[in-house]
Ligand binder design. Structure first.
Ligand SMILES: [Zn+2]
Length: 99
């Protein structure tokens, strides 16, 4: 009979072989992938109280803020004449894009 058990990793139907203990994975690759995922989840949970998605988002936000600060700092060092004017325009556009 097919369909009473599914692979815990990929969800594929498992064929139960009479006389053998019920399998929970369709093959060795799925078994190791599944445990690797579990291991990663456990490590992420221990490393930080925040869920991984929120951590990722705030890290990204920090990155953009840092980039804007860098660009603004560079802007402050560039004179508003000649080539500096062009460079300033370029940086101001970049900051607008990030914001
Ligand atoms: Zn599988």
């Amino acid at each position: 009979m097919i369909g009473d058990k599914e692979c815990l990793n990929c969800g594929k139907d498992l064929v139960h072989i009479a006389g053998k203990r019920g399998k929970i994975f369709c093959n060795a690759t799925c078994r190791s992938n599944y445990w690797q995922k579990q291991d990663r989840k456990n490590k992420a949970g221990k490393a930080t109280a925040k869920p991984p998605l929120a951590t990722h988002r705030s890290a990204e936000g920090k990155d953009i803020d840092a980039r804007i600060k860098d660009l603004e700092a560079e802007l402050a060092t560039i004179p508003d004449v000649g080539l500096g004017k062009k460079r300033r325009g370029f940086i101001i556009e970049k900051i607008k894009q990030l914001k």
